[in-house]
Write a protein that binds this ligand. Structure first.
Ligand code: ADP
Length: 360
């Protein structure tokens, strides 16, 4: 029997589709070794993928077993989250590998709901995560994550984040009285936010999700310029009026050279809490249209779901309140897709191909 050709196996594996990244596996396939009918492969995904790792393993196995002469397959499938580039001239934050900014063109579209659930979904996928609530005019994260108590400080006056549902969190809402912050003018607001960003002592985070203030005004633009962001996500509802705001948000990030990872369409459909029927009350395909027009991926669509709003508003977002439910699964898919797209941006850094061997 002829030994399977290593290069052919490598090429086939590299061409396997990674649905989270929307691209082939490519360099995630770090090595293939062949001896007789035995094949060993090492694959390292650049994003947390607990929810799709089993499926991946099955597909890799099926791909290899389709080749003549392959008798036994061993797969080493892991993840490694790297630090990605930020806007030119900025230094990454201490203790944070990647900042993901969640933005919206206007208020009330569910930006904070998406930020809270996305952060918890990234954690459920296996990452170390923090949330920074920079929504100065209406901080929602203390309520959504059920944050209690005041943050501690270190000897050299760094602020220690609070903990909730296994993630770290800090909000302008736990540092200053909300009615006081509401009347701050632009420069004061940006200064306070920047201080919170630079003085919080995060503990070894893969991702810091920042809930930005809604809109595309001066405060948002300044934050997008000064916070070292690796990628941003824009949240919208499907109505045409909301889409104009998305265009503005995308243009703002492009102007400050922050990559936009994609668009999340919230309240896409109505999920009836009696019969489970799903209906597109606000019309179809707004998010898809905007994605098409801007060349951005549509990372996911979320239903208008009473349980999602209620549980998030009561301090236990759906991803932790109902971790096996359909909404949690959608958020986890959005989390994997966002992180996978972020991982692909670092593709330029050279990846070493280790030599792996088979031992009996
Ligand atoms: P934003 O941050 O854009 O101002 P929020 O996330 O605070 O919006 O959401 C506004 C309100 O809508 C909140 O009460 C929230 O619970 C609710 N909400 C958001 N998304 C959904 C959804 N998909 N289904 C039901 N309620 C939602």
């Amino acid at each position: 029997m002829t030994e399977p050709n290593r290069d052919e196996l490598l090429e086939a594996l590299r061409g396997l589709d990674d649905p989270d990244a929307g691209a082939p596996l490519g360099d995630a396939v770090r090595g293939v070794a062949v001896r007789g009918g035995k094949v060993a492969v090492e694959v390292v995904l650049g994003y947390p993928a607990r929810g799709s790792i089993d499926r991946f393993e099955q597909r890799i196995r099926a791909c290899l077993e389709a080749f003549d002469g392959v008798e036994a397959v061993s797969i080493d499938l892991g993840t490694k989250i790297a630090t990605h580039a930020v806007q030119g001239g900025l230094k990454p934050l201490d203790g944070v590998r990647n900042v993901i900014a969640v933005a919206s063109g206007k208020g009330g579209v569910g930006k904070s709901t998406v930020a809270a659930n996305l952060a918890l979904a990234l954690a459920a996928e296996g990452a170390r995560v923090g949330v920074l609530d920079a929504d100065i005019y209406g901080p929602s994260q203390p309520r959504m994550l059920g944050l209690t108590g005041k943050p501690g400080t270190t000897e050299n006056r760094r602020i220690l984040p609070l903990e909730a549902h296994g993630i770290q969190a800090m909000s302008i809402g736990v540092l200053v009285a909300v009615d006081q912050a509401m009347i701050w003018r632009g420069p004061m607001a940006t200064q306070a936010l920047q201080q919170m960003v630079s003085e919080t002592l995060w503990d070894d985070l893969d991702y810091l999700v920042i809930d930005l203030p809604p809109g595309t005004g001066d405060v948002q633009l300044t934050l997008a310029q000064r916070i070292p962001v690796a990628g941003s996500i824009v949240v919208t509802t499907p109505q045409d009026v909301a889409l104009d705001d998305v265009r503005r948000a995308v243009a703002m990030f492009r102007k400050v050279k922050v990559p936009v990872l994609g668009v999340v369409e919230n309240m896409s459909t109505h999920l009836c809490s009696n019969c489970g029927h799903e209906e597109a009350v606000f019309g179809h395909g707004g998010g898809a249209r905007i994605a098409d027009e801007t060349g951005l991926p549509l990372l996911g669509q979320l239903p208008l779901d009473a349980a999602l709003g209620r549980s998030t508003d009561q301090g236990a977002p759906s991803v932790v309140a109902d971790p096996d439910g359909a909404v949690a699964m959608r958020f986890r898919e959005i989390a994997r897709k966002s992180a996978a797209r972020l991982a692909r941006q670092a593709a330029s850094t050279s990846i070493r191909m280790p030599r792996i061997t088979i031992s009996d």
